[in-house]
Design a protein around this ligand. Structure first.
Ligand SMILES: N[C@@H](CCC(=O)N[C@@H](CS)C(=O)NCC(=O)O)C(=O)O
Length: 253
C-alpha cells in the first residue's frame, strides 16, 4: 500500500501518527514494510543524497552512504520509500535534517535519525544483521567507524580542483593510505565468507559499498587493483555482491 502524504500530513497506512520531517513543499511516499521475521513492521521512510551538491559525480553511483542503508533494508526485507533528494531541493531540506546531512532515516513515532552508522546499527539490531553480543557488536561498529574515517581521508582529494595536487593526493592514497587501511581491516576479518562467518551483517554492507567505490575504477589515480593483496576484504565484497537479495536489488528495472 502506498500513500501520498502532502505537506507533512501525519497519517500512516496503519492509522497511527507518523513523524514526518519533510519541508512543507514536499510530499512523502509511505510504504508498508514487512520485517524479516514476517510480521508487520513500522512504515519506514529513507532519505538519501544524490549527485548535485557534491562536485564528485560518484555520489550518483551506488557507492554512497545512502546505498549502505538501502542494502540493509533490502537484506532485512523491508519495503521503504527511497526518497532521493534532488540537488535543487537540498538547500530547503537541509535545515530539516538533524545534522544538515544525509542520509536520514524516518520511522513513524520517532524523530528522524541521521548518521549512517547509527541507521545501520538500528536496522541491523531490528532485523538480525548486527551481533547480539554487545562486545562483538562494538567490534563491528569500530570497523564501521573506520570506514567513515577513510571516507573523510579521501574527501579532500575529491574536492581538490588543481589536477596536479589531486593526482599527488590520490597517489599517496593509493600507495600508502589505502593499503595501510586495508591491512588493519584484513587482520580483523574471520574465515568468512562474511566478516563474522556464514551470514552477512551491516558491517559487511559497509565494507561492500566502500570496496565498490575504492576498487570501482572511478576514482582517478586509484588503480582498481589497489586492494588485490587483501583477499578477505575482496571476499566480503564478492560474498555481498553474490547474495541473491543484493543481486535482485541491482537487477531491478
Ligand atoms: N558522518 C555522516 C556524514 C554525512 C555526510 O557527509 N553526508 C553527505 C552526503 S554522503 C551530505 O549530506 N552532504 C551534503 C551537505 O553536507 O550539505 C554520516 O555518516 O551520515
Amino acid at each position: 500500500m502506498v500513500r501520498l502524504a502532502p505537506f507533512g500530513a501525519t497519517v500512516t497506512s496503519s492509522g497511527r501518527p507518523a513523524t514526518v520531517f519533510m519541508p512543507a513543499s514536499s510530499f512523502v511516499v509511505w510504504c508498508r514494510g514487512v520485517c524479516a521475521q514476517g510480521s508487520n513492521h513500522d512504515i519506514e521512510q529513507f532519505v538519501q543524497p544524490v549527485a548535485g551538491f557534491d562536485p564528485d559525480p560518484l555520489l550518483d553511483a551506488p557507492v554512497s552512504r545512502g546505498e549502505e542503508c538501502r542494502l540493509a533494508l533490502v537484506l532485512a526485507g523491508v519495503d521503504f520509500a527511497d526518497d532521493r533528494v534532488k540537488s535543487a531541493d537540498w538547500p530547503a531540506r537541509k535545515p530539516n535534517t538533524p545534522f544538515g546531512s544525509m542520509p536520514v532515516f524516518s520511522v513513524p513515532g520517532h524523530p528522524p535519525l541521521a548518521q549512517t552508522n547509527a541507521i545501520l546499527v538500528l536496522i541491523g539490531r531490528r532485523h538480525g544483521l548486527h551481533p547480539k553480543d554487545d562486545f562483538v557488536a562494538a567490534q563491528h561498529e569500530a570497523v564501521m567507524a573506520y570506514v567513515e574515517d577513510l571516507r573523510a581521508t579521501v574527501r579532500p582529494s575529491m574536492i581538490e580542483k588543481d589536477p596536479d595536487k589531486k593526482r599527488g593526493m590520490r597517489e599517496q592514497l593509493a600507495s600508502e593510505v589505502l593499503p595501510l587501511w586495508a591491512s588493519h581491516v584484513e587482520r580483523l576479518i574471520g574465515d568468512g565468507p562474511f566478516f563474522a562467518g556464514e551470514a552477512p551483517n551491516v558491517v559487511d554492507l559497509k565494507l561492500f559499498v566502500l570496496s565498490k567505490w575504492v576498487r570501482g575504477g572511478a576514482l582517478d589515480h586509484i588503480p582498481p587493483t589497489v586492494w588485490d593483496a587483501y583477499p578477505k576484504l575482496v571476499r566480503i565484497h564478492d560474498a555481498v555482491r553474490d547474495d541473491p537479495r543484493v543481486k535482485a536489488w541491482y537487477a531491478r528495472a
